[in-house]
Design a protein. Structure first.
Length: 147
């Protein structure tokens, strides 16, 4: 006797998967050249809570994520694309600094009229409160752009 098993999958999940799959070629086309290599002289965190030691990193856009790769470590950070009025004149990563912690804030690539903006994590908001909302912005120049 043969029985069939039916899986109940929420329709919203199926729709989300199909939407993401259909946008993959578009996202890949947008990502072309949105990559940099830089030396970060301090430890930093991303909104996803990942910690990175000082070092050389390749950072590139992968759909809605920023892929961060270093020597023996990699991670993802959820980002949004923000359009700028003019293309960036130089590539840079911007970090927000509270006390002894650095948080990756955004990424600009020379010649691009948009940049990647990272989300703010709960830990960053807590650091912001603890520091009395006092922060500094630190820019790190790009060593090399492109893939």
């Amino acid at each position: 006797m043969r029985t069939s098993m039916m899986l109940k999958v929420p329709a919203g999940l199926i729709a989300a998967v199909l939407t993401v799959a259909s946008l993959a070629p578009v996202a890949q086309a947008q990502d072309s050249g949105f990559a940099v290599r830089m030396k970060v002289p301090f430890a930093f965190q991303t909104a996803s809570g990942q910690h990175f030691a000082p070092g050389v990193y390749t950072i590139q856009r992968d759909g809605q994520f920023m892929l961060i790769q270093g020597a023996g470590v990699s991670g993802l950070a959820l980002t949004q694309v923000t359009n700028d009025s003019l293309p960036a004149t130089k590539g840079k990563a911007v970090f927000t600094h509270y006390g002894d912690q650095y948080f990756l804030r955004g990424l600009w690539v020379a010649g691009k009229a948009s940049h990647l903006l990272c989300n703010t994590s709960k830990v960053e908001r807590q650091s912001q409160i603890a520091a009395g909302r006092t922060s500094t912005t630190v820019e790190v120049a790009v060593l090399r752009e492109g893939h």
